[in-house]
Write a protein that binds this ligand. Structure first.
Ligand code: ZN
Length: 81
């Protein structure tokens, strides 16, 4: 199983999900592009990638008091960098 990364941009806030080699386990992280030192990251078992993405979105919103707005926040995208 190859490692995959997804990211979603809430303005300057980045929500990040990375699938780990152990099935069903994901690295979930969020940070602010202007404050990279505030990065938070943890690993979690999730039944689906969408569930992992929801955790990352929730983390990003909680960390920065962010409220999503259609047209402002991007969709989740596969990150190939
Ligand atoms: Zn948002």
């Amino acid at each position: 199983m190859s490692v995959s990364i997804w990211r979603r941009f809430h303005g300057d806030i980045v929500a990040h999900v990375r699938s780990l080699s152990e099935a069903g386990r994901y690295e979930i992280a969020a940070w602010h592009g202007q404050q990279p030192e505030r990065l938070q990251r943890f690993t979690q078992h999730c039944s689906t990638v969408d569930s992992a993405k929801a955790h990352a979105d929730a983390l990003a919103r909680r960390m920065f008091g962010h409220h999503c707005d259609i047209g402002f926040c991007t969709d989740w995208m596969v990150w190939t960098a």
